[in-house]
Design a protein around this ligand. Structure first.
Ligand SMILES: [Zn+2]
Length: 539
């Protein structure tokens, strides 16, 4: 294991927690392949640290962190981080899972607010202080790079908070993270909290100050930017701002805020106002693609008016602004759509394009598929090229993301056929291969074709569930566009997402439903197999 790079104070460290805190969003659960796909893309995006999971919480989390450490945590790649409570078991599990990474970090946390001490931990301040010191020291004996978080810092007594941080740094913490766990503070308060830490923790110059926060009042990004002005140098954030409740601070908003307004932020980082040096290591041209990938794999759609990555975020060329924009883009544009990788929707491949052209275009788009996946995606591409003359980058991404999302294929859709129209009862027939290899066919009628298909699938699969969300979006313009269907279904309190893309939206709807059912079914099997250690984290 290498020594972590020395604290750099003139660049903002981007710590991505999409795979840990983001994945705790209701229904965002990802399988190992999906996590690995996102981790690879986060590495291309240029995040400094990937918090890959909470290894002790479940065998699945352990395995995912280990795999990401091995595949993505290579020399020159991001630091891979694992979360741990301040216990020997948690910290040891994190260290074990992170072992394959060239650079790894253990992130350990304990609550410091009186309300948490009294009701959750049932411990005194003196006990918390000594546990923090002891457990940071233990983590430090296993890796050089240790991050410590006082949970619910925003509601902790500042004097006690300073004391805990001093103890953690003395024990070897190289990053101290200040979470606004419940999303309660305002920018001025959060800035003052960071300034107080900077001024009152005697050994604070030996650690990077990090911030973590939730968006319950829509203030997470604003709080973080204020924290930067007051000395924070690491931001913990997620793609599209996904996460518990109202989510985390959105990576794309923080990064573009710092990028577009760098002249404003430069002086706070000790740089000349006009310095053009980037404030983060992020390759902003990868932002749009990363956003779509995370949205597709988690099933959490991005609202059209979302800053930076929403479908309408760069739509100001139309309507009344058009004239001004045509005369000079800067009249209405504060940033260029291309800076987030939203390129013109290039036509890249057609019917006659071969496998090599297909493979190399995918490589350029950042997809490195195994042979089997490539073959499946190529078949899909050929089918698409037959129906649609021009296949764009976005179409390719839709196909590939769709292929990645197929696993685990417990139930397999073999056939779907509908008849509908204004004089017919919508009727659907489906054939499905079950996990034990039988092919079962059934039919049903419904209020519409999708309803009929779902009823027919339910008759075969027979897993109780409730459909709570169904949405169709087109990937590109035009009547021959690929339609993407995203659904979410619920069983008891758990939510499962499914996604699929096809030029036929009935086929995409059926496939998305089968994908979600596969996740639901896999989770039912896992629950039977192992008594999962369920741990609620509020870090
Ligand atoms: Zn959190």
């Amino acid at each position: 294991m290498e020594t972590p790079s020395q604290p750099s104070h003139d660049r903002i460290i981007i710590f991505d927690t999409t795979l840990r805190d983001g994945e705790q969003a209701p229904g965002a659960a990802l399988n190992i392949n999906e996590k690995l796909t996102i981790a690879r893309q986060l590495a291309r995006l240029g995040v400094d640290v990937i918090e890959a999971g909470f290894p002790y919480s479940s065998p699945g989390d352990f395995e995912a962190v280990q795999k990401i450490a091995e595949v993505v945590g290579v020399e020159g790649g991001p630091i891979i981080c694992g979360l741990a409570r301040t216990t020997h078991n948690d910290i040891k599990a994190a260290a074990d899972a992170l072992k394959p990474a060239a650079r790894s970090r253990i992130h350990t946390f304990i609550a410091t607010s009186d309300i948490h001490l009294q009701y959750k931990l049932k411990k005194s301040r003196a006990e918390v202080l000594s546990i923090a010191g002891e457990m940071v020291a233990y983590a430090k004996s296993l890796t050089n790079d240790v991050e410590f978080s006082p949970e619910d810092a925003g509601r902790s007594d500042p004097e006690f908070l300073y004391e805990v941080l001093e103890r953690a740094i003395a024990a070897g913490a190289t990053t101290v993270n200040i979470p606004d766990t419940v999303g309660y503070t305002t920018p001025a308060e959060f800035g003052a909290l960071i300034r107080g830490i900077k001024e009152n923790v005697p050994n604070i110059d030996q650690a990077i100050i990090s911030v973590h926060g939730h968006n319950d009042l829509g203030l997470a990004v604003a709080n973080f930017l204020e924290a930067v002005k007051n000395g924070a140098r690491q931001l913990e954030c997620t793609i599209n701002g996904i996460g518990e409740r109202a989510g985390n601070a959105a990576l794309e908003e923080l990064v573009m805020g710092l990028h577009v307004r760098r002249q404003y932020f430069n002086p706070f980082l000790g740089r000349p106002v006009n310095s053009e040096a980037p404030l983060t290591n992020i390759d902003t041209r990868q932002i749009y693609k990363t956003s779509r990938l995370v949205s597709n794999l988690t099933g959490m759609l991005v609202q059209p008016n979302k800053a930076i990555v929403g479908a309408n975020a760069f739509a100001h060329e139309s309507g009344i602004h058009q004239d001004g924009v045509l005369k000079n883009r800067l009249t209405y544009e504060i940033m260029d759509a291309q800076s987030i990788g939203l390129t013109d929707n290039q036509i890249v491949l057609g019917k006659l394009s071969g496998r090599n052209a297909f493979r190399s275009r995918l490589k350029e788009l950042g997809f490195d598929l195994a042979d089997q996946e490539l073959n499946k995606a190529f078949v899909r591409f050929k089918e698409l090229a037959d129906k649609k003359k021009e296949v764009t980058d976005w179409d390719l991404e839709a196909i590939v993301n769709d292929e990645i999302q197929q696993a685990p294929e417990l139930f397999r859709l073999e056939l779907v056929q509908v008849s509908c129209g204004d004089r017919a009862h919508p009727t659907a027939t489906v054939a499905i291969r079950t996990p034990d290899g039988q092919e079962l066919t059934d039919a049903a009628t419904g209020t519409g074709p999708v309803d009929a298909v779902y009823k027919a699938i339910n008759r075969v699969v027979n897993v109780p569930n409730e459909l709570i969300e169904f949405s169709v979006q087109s990937v590109t313009a035009g009547i021959d566009a690929i339609g993407e269907v995203t659904i979410r279904l619920r069983q008891n309190e758990r939510i499962f997402a499914g996604h699929s893309a096809n030029t036929d939206i009935i086929v995409a709807s059926a496939q998305a439903y089968v994908n979600a059912l596969n996740r639901l079914y896999a989770s039912m099997q896992r629950q039977e197999e192992a008594g999962k250690v369920a741990i609620a984290v509020e870090s």
